[in-house]
Design a protein. Structure first.
Length: 382
């Protein structure tokens, strides 16, 4: 799918020198209209330092994905004035991130492709590119690693709640250990063997919202495995306002719906097999259904009895709290970075989570239904 679009539409141009053939790994950093980012110059300094630190084993490639602002020119100006050690690839037209990543991966010959974002720092990748994880290239069934995602450089309740949320998600990685699967290898912190990544992108739809989720599932469908590498840290800068967080989660949830629609046969097969992914998908369906019905159940039960409403609230809160508390006890090391705040956050987190999920899932489902309606209207017209 995606290769057909790339061959017909997308073009990559190296702005200056192109990577050589001697490096083992390539770090791909796509950016689109980041010129408005107040930390733009600081981020370029970071990638410049990273490229110099790993100059003998890894190429850092900043990919301008058809930006319409001045960010590409600022990339070029920085490298020319500061002698930047990173490479610059210009992709036109905009490839919705995954298209830009695909054509960039096609254009290099490195064995390992590391994926991250413009606002994410990486720590510990020296162990990967120096070959300390010996099984990575030797294990032919392994497509890649997903890194330890940590919210970085923030403060306030929204940031602290995300720290807890990310830690709870990382605990679930243990559930996948024996099966060596995971539902999403984060686009902000993961790595692939290049040849396997190209075979995955060959079957990718090119949709942007859930590009990393779809890529992961395609790899699993092809028979490859993946594992959690907690020694490599992806320090991501999350939204710091509740409004921005909801907007981000609407996009993530829309990506989940898009991927589920495209890969529904795979999801249903995994649920039928009671695989790790299948079980967690069933749990997702149950939780999302409950969250969406929560306001209506509240109204219905309130009409019947206020006492029953209090029982409903209390039981919902207790079950949710115990579930989250249990996750923390399974892997307490996943919440070490904010252990002083764990107790307070745990008591407040169920309220935060259900509010966030209700708003984000409602909006995502609305957008999905509206898109489907438009498409059906076009087909009817034609």
């Amino acid at each position: 799918m995606l290769r057909h679009l790339i061959n017909r539409q997308t073009k990559l141009t190296w702005m200056g020198p192109s990577p050589g053939e001697s490096k083992k790994a390539a770090l791909l950093i796509p950016q689109y209209n980041e010129g408005r980012n107040n930390n733009f110059e600081r981020r370029l300094e970071y990638f410049d330092d990273l490229a110099r630190l790993h100059w003998d084993r890894m190429d850092v490639i900043l990919i301008d994905d058809g930006s319409t602002d001045d960010s590409l020119q600022r990339l070029v100006d920085y490298r020319e004035k500061q002698g930047g050690a990173f490479f610059i690839a210009s992709v036109t037209p905009n490839g919705n991130k995954v298209g830009a990543l695909f054509i960039s991966a096609v254009s290099v010959i490195h064995e390992i492709i590391i994926l991250s974002d413009f606002d994410t720092d990486l720590a510990g990748i020296d162990e990967l590119i120096s070959g300390k994880f010996g099984d990575f290239m030797e294990d032919t069934s392994l497509m890649g690693y997903y890194f330890r995602m940590l919210p970085h450089e923030g403060s306030g309740l929204v940031f602290f709640f995300q720290q807890l949320e990310y830690s709870l998600q990382r605990v679930l990685y243990k559930f996948h250990q024996n099966e060596r699967s995971v539902r999403v290898m984060p686009g902000a912190g993961s790595c692939y063997k290049r040849e396997i990544l190209l075979s995955i992108y060959d079957q990718h739809s090119g949709l942007r919202n859930g590009e990393d989720r779809e890529a992961t599932l395609i790899g699993l469908k092809l028979g490859y495995k993946t594992t959690y590498q907690n020694k490599i840290l992806a320090l991501t800068r999350p939204p710091l306002s509740f409004r921005s967080l909801v907007k981000q989660r609407v996009r993530w949830n829309l990506g989940y719906l898009e991927t589920f629609t495209k890969e529904s046969a795979y999801y249903f097969r995994e649920m039928g097999r009671f695989s790790r992914i299948g079980i967690l998908t069933m749990i997702d369906v149950a939780i999302i259904s409950f969250v969406l019905l929560f306001p209506f159940l509240t109204i219905l039960i309130a009409v019947i009895s206020l006492r029953q409403l209090l029982i409903f609230f209390a039981s919902s809160y207790i079950v949710t709290f115990i579930w989250y508390l249990n996750l923390l006890f399974i892997s307490p090391e996943e919440s070490e970075e904010f252990k002083e705040k764990r107790v307070v956050l745990m008591f407040l987190y169920p309220f935060f989570k259900i509010t966030l999920d209700f708003l984000a899932w409602s909006a995502a489902i609305y957008k999905m239904m509206r898109r489907s309606f438009k498409q059906s209207s076009l087909w009817t017209t034609e």
